[in-house]
Ligand binder design. Structure first.
Ligand SMILES: [Zn+2]
Length: 116
């Protein structure tokens, strides 16, 4: 991957990281705003079963995403960013732009999902 591309994803990940840290700090009243903003997709909605554990579900998801971001940032540092963890092929650029924390290429992602 080119240095300019790495810088692009580094910025993207760092910005996302700041966003998550800020939103974790926010109160429950702001969670509904976050949902309306489209930051929470259908999958997240399905995983949030009741209002009572809404905040908890969201914050654990955010903590998981923070972890994914940290892993991706570490990969940018050590030069393995954008490389599939299973087949060691280069991950498609469009896929990384859609999901900068992706650690598998599309083909391996499909295989890993079938195995679950
Ligand atoms: Zn792969």
């Amino acid at each position: 991957m080119k240095q300019t591309e790495l810088e692009f994803f580094k910025k993207l990940l760092e910005n996302r990281r700041v966003e998550i840290v800020n939103s974790i700090k926010n109160s429950a009243s702001e969670i509904s705003e976050l949902m309306q903003s489209g930051a929470v997709d259908e999958f997240d909605m399905a995983s949030i079963s009741t209002d009572s554990n809404l905040e908890q579900s969201l914050s654990s998801k955010q903590k998981f995403e923070l972890h994914e971001i940290d892993v991706a940032l570490a990969k940018i540092k050590n030069g393995s960013y954008g490389v599939c963890e299973m087949c060691e092929d280069t991950i498609n650029m469009a896929r990384l732009k859609a999901k900068p924390t992706a650690s598998l290429c599309i083909a391996c992602k499909e295989i890993s999902e079938k195995n679950i």
